[in-house]
Every structure is written in C-alpha cells, then in structure tokens.
Design a protein around this ligand. Structure first.
Ligand code: NAP
Length: 521
C-alpha cells in the first residue's frame, strides 16, 4: 500500500513514489505515513503557477483578492476542529493548536481587512504624486507597484504548519502572486489538510495555491527574477539556500526567518510584589510551555537584576512544577510533546551544550513524568530552566534549544543588559518588563536595532497585551542578523514585497493616464 502523503500540484492530488521519510505520531510513536515527492512533476507545478494561477489572480482587483483571502480564512475556520485533531498527533494541546490554526486564519482575516481598506480598487498601487523633474513642468516621475509575474515559493518550518503558511499566503494572494508551499516534513500532513480544506471550498482560482510534500530537488533551478522564496527554519538551511545561484545570480528575492535567541528583561524597579514581577514570571512560563517551547519567538534568555535573581528563580520554578506534561487532551495536561523523537534528541543535545556555562534550576531533559502516554515512545520532555551567573558565557547567547528551555541571567545596569542582549546577534522579539519610564526608554531605544519587535510590558498595557511571543500581522515579524534579516509580516509592506516598484516618467497627463487617477493609497 502506498501510504505516502499526497501533494496538490497542477490541480490534482498526487502521491510521490514511496520511499522518503517516515513520520510518526509525536505522542504515541505510531507510524503515520511517508513523505516523498519522488516522481512528482515539479516543473509542471511551476508552469501551472505561472501560466494559470498568476494570470487568474492578476485579473482580479485588490478588493477582489482580499475577498478571496477572507473566504479562504473562513473555510479554514469552519473546519478548524479537523486541524486541531491533526495537531494533537504532532504533540500540540488544544491551546497550542489554536495558536497555529486560529492564529493562521486570524492572520489571513487581518490581511484581508488591510487589503480591502488599504489597497486601491484596481491592480496598480500608485505610491506618490507626480514629481516634477523639468524646469518647465513638462516632465514628471511617479512610482507604481505592480504584480510580479512569477510565483512565491514558501519553505516552512515544522512548528507552525498552518499559521506559517497563511502568513505568507495572504500577502502573496493580495499581491496577485501564486504560491507553491513546501511544508516541513514532520508536520506536512497538517499543512496539507489546510490546503485540502481551501481546495475543497473552491475559494481560490486554480493554480493560486499548490503544495509539495517532500523535498524539492531542482526547483530552485527553475526560479527567476519574477519569483520569490519565503523561508522559515534553521540558520543553516537558510545559509545554504541563500547561496543558491537562483538567489545569487538570478536575483530571486529571498526572505529568511531563522533561529533567534529572544530576550526578556525585568526592570530594576520590578521587584517581588510588583505587577511587573508577576508579568515577567508569567510570560516566561508561557513562552517556555506553549507548543513545548517550539516557537521562533520564545524567550530563550531572561535577564534579571542581580538583586532579584533568587526570587525570580524561585517563582518560575514553583510555576514550572505545576506544569503537567502529557498527551494532548488527557486530564490536566498543560504541555504537550515535541514534534518528534529527533527533535527531542536535538533539544537534549542543545541543553548539553548549554550545560558548560550554566546550572540547572528546574527540570531534567532526560526524565519527565507523563500523563496519558508513554514517556519514551512519545517525544516528551520536561521544561528546563537554566541559570548562568556569568552572563558572558558565550553558549547562552548562541545556542538555541528549540524546546521548553530558557536561561536566567543576572545584570547590573541598563548599559550592561543592552550589551548582553546584543550578543544574540539579532532576534525576532524582546520584552522590557518595567514600570520605570527612563529605564524602559533607554533599553528599548538601544536594543531596537537588534530586533524586529520590542514589547514594553507593564501593568497598564497588560490587560490587552497580545504577549511576548505573538507576532501581529499589522506589525513587523522578522529580525536582523541571526534571525534571518527578513520580514515575514509587516502589514501591507508584506504585500508590497511581492510587487515590483517601477518609476514611470513622462508628461503629467501621460502619467495620469498610465497610473489612473484616484488610485493613490
Ligand atoms: P530546517 O531543517 O531548516 O527546515 C526548514 C524547512 O526547510 C523545512 O521545510 C525543510 O524541509 C526545508 N529544507 C531543508 N533543507 C532544504 C533544502 N536543501 N532545500 C529546500 N528546502 C529545504 O528547520 P526545521 O527542521 O524546521 O527546524 C530545525 C531548527 O530550525 C530548529 O531546531 C530551530 O533551531 C530552527 N527553527 C527556527 C524557526 C523560526 O521560526 N525561527 C522555526 C522552526 C525551526 P524538510 O522538513 O522536508 O527537510
């Protein structure tokens, strides 16, 4: 029997040749299926996207495309339970699954709204008023944005199979660009089912969305300057793909989101008994345990004023001792499994690397009590809180254990914590948890250059705060340096990234005729 996960290419569900990688249930260890793209017609998929999907999308106005995005999100919302059920097989509790699934269609809904309200009723964005270039007023210039005539190749990480796809798909659809999605093998079945739901709802034009489950040999060779690649995953894979001739020689646009050693900083004012102390502790627990810490924005480095370090370590340990690890849905379980046994091996190896410069405050990566499942067959791991009394230890600023692992570190001054945060060499997100205006202003202004997003958290904003780890589609998601140097989300800028900016020159009347008056945004 061929139990290979099917791909959706050229308007058909097709299975690879077998072989490939076996994927197991993260909770039970049972075999689920094989993932292989062997024998699939990838060149045909590229042609189908370019010749069928692209023209169909480009024939629609921005508001019509926004309506498609909304319809796709609504279709997913209607069948979200199916995606929750599949997510449980990947170790996700219901609340973890909601972060991915509801977060995914919610993000698409936000993009649909941004597109409807913020883009013109046409197919061309006019960026500015005509700029006079000649003394006599005969010659002008103006910038327009139009759809690139290629495709968007998405290469996604395993941790957000639905959200990671939709945050890339929505801007591409708005821009009139078809997508080919290549999900990560361990959770490809969840992304594939989300695609199935959208295909069955018949909300998107043929060719606007295809998915290839398995590897994509030779696909980069087919890409050119009208195409883009949106990558999320490890820095190592990002580096390999970034050096492909498609990127280096043919100028395929390449956006990467990679590893990130995100920080949270407790202000000196926020001692025990203050609301900010509790907010800091709660955020750290959330970031360590949601999706078992497999979140690109999770807090890996927690900086605490030296005088509060013991109290923070005690408060976090107490709360971690209340975490119940086990099968999603089993009685009382608050943290699920990692995505698979390979990932658990990887997290254990990374904790071993961190051990050289740290002591363990809570947890043992080799042992965990598990509810409703077998601790060895499933990819379970205990939350692990480390402490490095010497914050200069290199590993804590360089090694990302992609699981429920975080390190506490002391600092003495605002200037020192700014310098320590920068040792992460570029991150997605940081939090400054303080009620002291001067401290917060100094730290935010001085760490901003190393981050895509900074949260200033205090008692006033906490009731409505979306939290440290949640990217918002209206805002930048992405970070400099180690974090990949890209921006996966940034409101309408993520749409504009798929459009070509062109300066058009001529008489004012000619420009108005070319650009169409009234389309300026
Ligand atoms: P990965 O191994 O870099 O894989 C990411 C994606 O790239 C997957 O879809 C993978 O497909 C694909 N890929 C790998 N080699 C490729 C190649 N030569 N050509 C085209 N595609 C290729 O990352 P991962 O397995 O998802 O996670 C590994 C590590 O990445 C984690 O431990 C963590 O450190 C980091 N990570 C970071 C983020 C983030 O958002 N910052 C998210 C997840 C993971 P296959 O799965 O089929 O190999």
């Amino acid at each position: 029997m061929n139990d290979t996960l099917t791909s959706y290419l050229g308007g058909q569900w097709v299975a690879g040749d077998g072989g490939g990688n076996a994927v197991a249930d993260a909770v039970t260890g049972d075999h689920l299926h094989l993932v292989s793209s062997g024998g699939l017609d990838l060149p045909g998929a590229v042609t189908f996207a370019r010749d069928v999907g692209g023209p169909a999308l480009r024939s629609l106005t921005f508001p019509e495309r926004a309506a498609l995005v909304k319809a796709a999100a609504a279709a997913l919302s209607e069948r979200k339970q199916e995606l929750y059920d599949l997510s449980a097989k990947a170790g996700a509790t219901l609340s973890d699954a909601k972060v991915d699934v509801d977060g995914g269609f919610g993000t698409a809904m936000v993009y649909a709204g941004l597109g409807k309200r913020g883009l013109p009723d046409g197919t061309v964005v006019v960026e500015d008023d005509p700029i006079q270039l000649g003394k006599e007023g005969l010659f002008f210039g103006q910038h327009i944005l139009t759809s690139r005539q290629g495709l968007a190749l998405q290469i996604n990480a395993f941790n957000f199979p639905v959200w990671g796809m939709l945050e890339k798909l929505a801007p591409a659809l708005l821009a009139g660009v078809p997508s080919i999605v290549k999900p990560a093998t361990p959770t490809a079945y969840i992304a594939q089912h989300a695609v199935r739901i959208m295909v069955e709802a018949e909300v998107l034009p043929e060719g606007a969305l295809q998915i290839v489950c398995g590897s994509i040999p030779g696909l980069f060779d087919l890409l050119d300057g009208q195409d883009s690649v949106g990558f999320t995953g490890s820095a190592e894979t990002a580096a390999k793909l970034r050096s492909d001739p498609a990127v280096t020689q043919r100028s395929v646009r390449f956006n990467a989101e990679a590893d990130s050693l995100n920080s949270s900083i407790l202000g000196p004012d926020a001692g025990p008994g203050t609301p900010e102390f509790d907010l800091f502790v709660d955020a750290l627990i959330t970031e360590m345990t949601v999706k078992a810490g497999q979140k690109c924005t999770a807090i890996r480095r927690a900086f605490v004023p030296t005088e509060h370090l013991e109290e923070v370590a005690d408060a976090v340990s107490t709360k971690l001792s209340e975490v119940v690890v086990g099968a999603p849905g089993a009685e009382g379980v608050t943290m699920g499994a990692l995505v698979g046994l390979d990932q658990r091996d990887d997290v254990r190896a990374k904790v071993a690397e961190l051990a050289a410069g740290t002591t363990t405050v809570f947890g043992d990566p080799q042992t965990v009590e598990v509810v409703g499942a077998d601790a060895e067959r499933g990819a379970f791991i205990s939350p692990v809180l480390l402490r490095s009394d010497d914050p200069a230890v290199a590993a804590v600023h360089a090694v990302e254990a992609f699981g429920p692992v975080s390190t506490l570190m002391p600092y003495e001054s605002a200037a020192q914590v700014v310098e320590l945060v920068a040792r992460g060499q570029g991150s997605l997100a940081a939090s400054v948890v303080s009620y002291d205006d001067d401290f917060t202003r100094h730290v935010v202004q001085n760490i901003a250059s190393h981050h895509g997003r900074v949260l200033a958290l205090d008692r006033d904003s906490a009731p409505e705060s979306t939290g440290h780890g949640t990217p918002m589609p209206q805002l930048v998601h992405g970070g400099p340096g180690r974090a990949g140097g890209g921006q996966e989300e940034a409101g309408l800028h993520a749409v504009f990234d798929h459009l070509q900016r062109t300066a058009v020159q001529g008489s004012k009347a000619r420009l108005l005729s070319v650009t169409g008056s009234g389309q300026a945004r």
